[in-house]
Design a protein around this ligand. Structure first.
Ligand code: URA
Length: 301
């Protein structure tokens, strides 16, 4: 490209940017530098009129006859909540490398902004009626445990006891899960426990795809807050949801799988172990791998 053609291009670009900015201002859109996104807007004098719409300065004696100051602009609509994002649009709350791709819960960049705490995720969930399970529930069973746990367990969905008490894994299967946790030297309070769906399916049936889909953003947000180093998927529903596969738990268990930023160990569900105690041996093998993976982590992580 010749030097002149380059200059022409640059001039055209500048003119286009100016025209676009003027158009935005006319439409009431205010330019905010990306590094200020998510911060409250600075206080402005009431009479501020943006750039080209401001009255021309009037010099000399004509100033006396200057028109009255412009009317204040109409009140602004409150700015929509903008999550803290870097220049490239990635959320800055989670500063780890963000692995996306494959299938499953972390296949793509989440549509929802990151939450700062589990309380915020719970607040977003509200009195959820996003799927039909709300009609039969007593309590939403959100999750329980350490908000900064290194180890997280994901089950399928609340049963009768969980629905009544509002806490996951408190029935017979839950008592077995507590023993499994203790078998690797941890206390239940040290881990985080959640389910794929937060409302009890009728008669403890398997959650349906639309119910799982409705609850997925909340599992994803929960995991993004807790940021566990290892996730144990209890049973097929949890493993298939996290990994985005239709393979069964027998094929998946016994080794780590990656789901986004998370190392996932699928294993048999404690309720299955209550019916098939012989399978405890395999779960113990899986849990030893989990214990070793946690032990290998740097202390400060
Ligand atoms: N089974 C689950 O999958 N989750 C619970 O919370 C209880 C039983």
């Amino acid at each position: 490209m010749s030097r002149q053609a380059g200059k022409d291009d640059a001039a055209r670009l500048v003119a286009e940017v100016r025209a676009a900015l003027a158009e935005w201002r006319r439409a009431g859109v205010e330019w905010v530098a990306p590094e200020a996104w998510g911060r409250p807007a600075p206080a402005r004098p009431e009479t501020h009129v943006p750039g080209p719409l401001a009255p021309e300065p009037v010099a000399g004696p004509r100033a006396a006859a200057a028109p009255p100051p412009p009317a204040p602009p109409p009140p602004r609509a409150p700015a929509p909540a903008v999550p803290a994002r870097d220049l490239f649009g990635f959320p800055v709350a989670d500063d780890r490398p963000r692995r996306r791709g494959g299938a499953g819960l972390f296949a793509a960049e989440p549509a929802e902004p990151p939450a700062a705490s589990l309380a915020e995720v719970r607040e977003r969930l509200g009195d959820c009626r996003r799927c039909k399970l709300w009609t039969g529930r007593t309590n939403i069973v959100f999750g329980v445990g350490n908000e900064r746990a290194r180890l997280m367990f994901v089950g399928e969905g609340p049963g009768r006891d969980e629905d009544l008490q509002g806490e996951p894994f408190v029935g017979r299967a839950g008592q077995l899960l507590t023993k499994i946790i203790e078998a690797i030297g941890l206390k239940r309070e040290q881990v985080y426990i959640a389910n794929v769906v937060r409302c009890r399916p009728p008669d403890n049936r398997t959650p349906e795809p639309d119910e799982i889909a409705a609850c997925q953003p909340f599992l994803r947000q929960t995991m993004a807050v807790v940021r566990p180093k290892v996730v144990v998927a209890l049973g097929s529903v949890a493993a298939q949801t996290l990994l985005g596969t239709t393979r069964g738990i027998t094929a998946l268990r016994g080794k780590f799988h990656q789901a986004g930023d998370y190392r996932v160990m699928p294993t048999f569900h404690p309720a299955y172990l209550l019916r098939n105690p012989a399978a405890k041996r395999e779960v113990w093998e899986d849990m030893k791998l989990v214990r070793d993976a946690l032990a290998a982590l740097p202390k400060e992580e």
